[in-house]
Design a protein around this ligand. Structure first.
Ligand code: GAP
Length: 471
């Protein structure tokens, strides 16, 4: 069973994910992606982009800036109560507590998106019933009243001083999709798109989360993969259902187990949404089913708000029907980092092999960080390394390939299992003509999940791997 300790230790030990600023004792639940983590994250992003952009004539890509005009966040509603959380501070240890988490975890009360007054009333009622409302960190019941806390991260640009003042405040974007709305007109004017059409973007978002915890599940800096699909008003339901199906099936196609996915319909909606479903994944290491991605119907909220605040009309003229309207939007908003967590959790297996335990990440080969490991049987003679290097040079033109000479071959197989490499290629004395002459120019190839080994000719390696690794 995968625990959070096992996962964080594997991520650190094998170069997937490191705590940020570790030599300064870390920094508020921010993480860095190591050499294998970046490969894994890139492969997930690539698979998403393929499904969203490459395979769709009706969807185009975008890479908009992180900084946008501060009015964007006023128009979108993020500077207001819609993007607030209720914060309680512990007077004992100064721990910051998210009131809705505390009420749910300790009392099973759903206070998600409840107004501050209501939250403070619930807390007062609980205390008057003799219930103990305490800090999860130090156990103190000396807690301040809940107060509103906005999640936008502020910064400043072009300021002569370091101080943040109201005139020069800018925000780091809290969702990538606002950049899509700001470019709606550019895309309609330049790309000859016809409704319905979508715009997809992958990039960083920032939220001043009160509680950043559970490893990379909830962090203050993270990446989103979002696609906004612009439709004719009235067609919302049809495309909403299509998008739900598309996104759910994408996870299944890339190997996430069916039993670890489920839908959650939101009853309380975010300020912009008229319907919202989450795809939840069973993150066993952090307590079960939780949100992985949201599919939202946003109506004309964003385009209308930006029209109102900018004075620029963001509408659409349908030449076929001679109609002018403000398109409605259905969106998919997935967390890339939560995807990394889901793909790692789903791939994680512990198995017993010859009385020993092996840990193996059974990634779909398209997601695996390394596709092939080249393993010379030993460091000497030089001809063994030279032949191995030649094979590495050839395969690396197509795939990310590891090269490992250190330790016994068994240990090296285990290491590759633990990072999820689908194939290991071993170069031995037979390969270089210093053993069984009939086996010259052949190698042993070992498959990760079955651990089956077969001998194949070097010249057939590329074709063999092409057939099994996918794109
Ligand atoms: N544009 C809509 C939007 O941003 P959201 O539900 O707030 O919707 C979408 O966020 C996804 O972004 C979530 O399902 C989650 O995967 C990811 N996400 C949101 N906040 C996050 C955080 N603090 N850390 C990591 N991922 C986060």
């Amino acid at each position: 069973m995968l625990t959070l300790d096992k996962l964080t230790s594997l991520c650190k030990r094998r170069g997937f994910i490191y705590p940020s600023s570790e030599i300064y004792d870390g920094f508020g639940a921010i993480y860095d992606y190591g050499p294998l983590g970046i490969e894994l994250k890139n492969n997930i992003a690539k698979a998403w982009w393929k499904s969203m952009v490459q395979l769709r004539r009706d969807i185009v890509g975008l890479d908009s800036a992180i900084f946008m005009h501060p009015q964007v966040w006023v128009a979108s509603g993020h500077t207001g109560a819609g993007f607030d959380e209720a914060l309680i501070e512990c007077r004992g240890c100064h721990n910051r507590i998210r009131a809705d988490f505390l009420l749910m975890d300790k009392f099973g009360i759903d206070a998600d998106k409840a107004p501050i007054d209501e939250i403070n009333k619930i807390l007062k009622d609980l205390r008057s019933q003799g219930k103990k409302v305490t800090c999860e960190n130090c156990g103190s019941s000396d807690l301040a009243e809940a107060k509103r806390f906005n999640l936008l991260v502020k910064s400043n640009l072009g300021s002569p001083t370091d101080a943040l003042s109201e005139e020069n405040v800018v925000y780091l974007r809290a969702e990538t999709c606002q950049g899509i709305y700001l470019n709606y007109k550019n895309i309609v004017d330049t790309m000859r798109v016809k409704i319905p059409f979508g715009v997809a973007q992958i990039g960083k978002s920032f939220r001043n989360e009160i509680v950043a915890r559970q490893f990379i599940f909830r962090t203050r800096e993270f990446e989103q993969m979002e696609m906004q699909y612009f439709v004719k008003p009235g067609d919302d339901d049809k495309y909403f259902e299509e998008l739900k199906k598309l996104r759910y099936n994408w996870y299944l196609e890339y190997g996430i187990s069916k039993e670890n996915l489920k839908w959650h319909e939101h009853e309380k909606l975010a300020h912009y949404a008229s319907a919202a479903y989450d795809i939840e994944y069973n993150f066993t290491a952090i307590g079960g089913f939780k949100e992985l991605e949201g599919i939202h119907a946003r109506g004309d909220w964003d385009l209308s708000q930006h029209t109102k605040h900018s004075g620029v009309k963001l509408d659409y003229f349908d030449e076929a029907t001679n109609e002018r309207f403000t398109p409605h939007v259905v969106e998919t908003a997935a967390g890339l980092n939560r995807n990394v967590l889901a793909f790692m959790s789903d791939a994680y297996c512990e198995e017993e092999v010859d009385g020993e335990q092996r840990v193996v990440l059974k990634f779909d080969p398209r997601i695996a960080p390394m596709k092939v490991a080249i393993l010379p049987l030993q460091k000497k003679p030089e001809a063994l390394i030279e032949k191995s290097d030649e094979i590495w040079q050839n395969l690396a033109k197509n795939w990310m390939c590891d090269f490992d000479v250190a330790g016994s071959i068994g240990k090296r197989y285990r290491r590759q299992d633990e990072i999820g490499t689908p194939f290991c290629v071993t170069i031995d004395f037979d390969t270089i003509g210093q053993g069984d002459k009939k086996l010259k120019d052949t190698v042993t190839i070992r498959e990760r999940d079955s651990m089956k080994q077969e001998r194949i000719k070097i010249k057939d390696l590329v074709e063999y791997l092409e057939e099994r690794l996918g794109d």
